[in-house]
Structures are given as structure tokens and as C-alpha cells.
Design a protein around this ligand. Structure first.
Ligand code: HEC
Length: 189
């Protein structure tokens, strides 16, 4: 009988302490802004959907660890992520695998739209030895003299196509809008 009471007391104490440690204390420490809904432009929202659909999250994280926890800071991936960085778009694409670099701050680290198009169409052409798969279905290959509303992408030397040009589709445009929006830089108070 005495042991049963101890067991129940222990279970309740364990439950309460884990609720405190895992839910209430982090909630108190989190920025109050977390509960606000952030406006996200429709093109960026669509870009996020394409990011999820294409499985980018299987190889890329979007969560930077604090200085001193691993080498994230030294790799130039930015400051530690905070809860407020994840308001807005769902599903959250924190990811678990880092086959490629963390992308939480890619909009700041690589602000060139042209670079992103070329990289998505032919990763190896701008990042020699890259094992990232190409995403050619986000682009259209048309004759060189065809009129297009979007500007053709730059393809270096051997990747260029004779008599053809490669045009980003609206999906590529929105995906890159989304990538360029990824920037967790803190506002200086
Ligand atoms: C099979 C794993 C894999 C998948 C899937 C993948 N990537 Fe990558 N990605 C990599 C690797 C490896 C690198 C590093 C080499 C390079 O730059 O290409 C990389 C690099 C990048 C970079 C440059 C990062 C930097 O710091 O320079 C961006 C941006 C990027 N990927 C975006 C994407 C997007 C967007 C998708 C989905 C459409 C995607 N990746 C899907 C593996 C992957």
C-alpha cells in the first residue's frame, strides 16, 4: 500500500516537472510575439508549398543552433533560431537531415535570384561536386528566338543548351521568392 502511494506520487511529480520544464518555462521564455499571426505574401506562401512538395526539407534544416552547440555559427548559418521565427507558415520545415546546408538564413547568405535559378536547374554548374538533385520541371526549355515574359537563366559553358534558352516557371519564381525571404536576422533594439 505504502509503495503504491509512493508510485502515484512519483508519477504525478514526474508529470508536473516535465510540464514545467518542457511546456511552461519555454513558453514564458518565448517572445510574446509568437502568438501573433504574421502576414505572408501569397507568392511566398506558394513558394513554401513548393518547398514542401519537392522534399527540400529531407535534405535541408531551417533551425540554427546556438553558439557553442555544434558548429552552426562557425559555418556562417546565422544566429540561433527563436520560436518567433516560426510564426506564419505551416507546416514548419525545421527538418532533421543536413545533407545540404541549413537554409534558415539563405535569403541573406545568398541574395542572388539568378544564382538560385541556375542552382535549382543545374546545382553542379554553380556548386561543383554538388549532390543536390536538379529540379528541371520548375523550368521551361524554349527556342532561343521565342518571346517570353520571363528572363532566361544564366547557364555556364557546358550547361548552356545550343539554340535554346531556359526560362523559370512561376513555380520556380515563387520558390525563389520564398528562399529569398528566409532571413532570421534579429532586429537591433
Ligand atoms: C538529396 C538532398 C537534397 C535535396 C532534396 C535538396 N537539396 Fe539543396 N543542397 C543539397 C546539398 C548537398 C547542397 C550543397 C551543395 C550545393 O550547393 O549544391 C545543397 C545546397 C542548397 C542551397 C545552397 C545553400 C548554401 O548555403 O549555399 C540551396 C539554396 C538549396 N540547396 C535549396 C534547395 C531547395 C530549394 C530544394 C528543394 C527544391 C533542395 N535544395 C533540395 C542537397 C539537397
Amino acid at each position: 500500500m505504502g509503495n503504491n502511494i509512493l508510485l502515484i506520487f512519483g508519477a504525478v511529480a514526474l508529470f508536473i516537472s516535465s510540464m514545467l520544464g518542457l511546456v511552461y518555462i519555454p513558453q514564458m521564455l518565448a517572445d510574446k510575439e509568437v502568438n501573433q499571426v504574421e502576414y505572408v505574401a501569397p507568392n511566398i506562401e506558394n513558394g513554401h508549398k513548393i518547398y514542401v512538395r519537392e522534399g527540400c526539407v529531407y535534405c535541408h534544416t531551417q533551425q540554427v543552433r546556438p553558439k557553442g552547440f555544434g558548429a552552426d555559427f562557425e559555418r556562417g548559418w546565422g544566429e540561433a533560431s527563436l520560436p518567433e521565427d516560426y510564426k506564419g507558415l505551416t507546416p514548419h520545415v525545421l527538418g532533421t537531415m543536413r545533407t545540404g546546408p541549413d537554409l534558415a538564413n539563405i535569403g541573406k547568405r545568398q541574395p542572388s535570384r539568378d544564382w538560385h535559378y541556375t542552382h535549382l536547374y543545374a546545382p553542379e554548374s554553380v556548386s561543383p561536386g554538388s549532390i543536390m538533385p536538379p529540379f528541371p520541371w520548375l523550368f521551361e526549355v524554349v527556342d532561343e528566338d521565342e518571346a517570353t515574359s520571363r528572363k532566361p537563366i544564366n547557364l555556364p559553358g557546358e550547361y548552356a543548351k545550343e539554340g535554346k534558352k531556359v526560362i523559370p516557371t512561376e513555380e520556380a519564381e515563387h520558390l525563389v521568392d520564398y528562399l529569398l525571404s528566409l532571413d532570421q536576422e534579429r532586429e537591433k533594439e
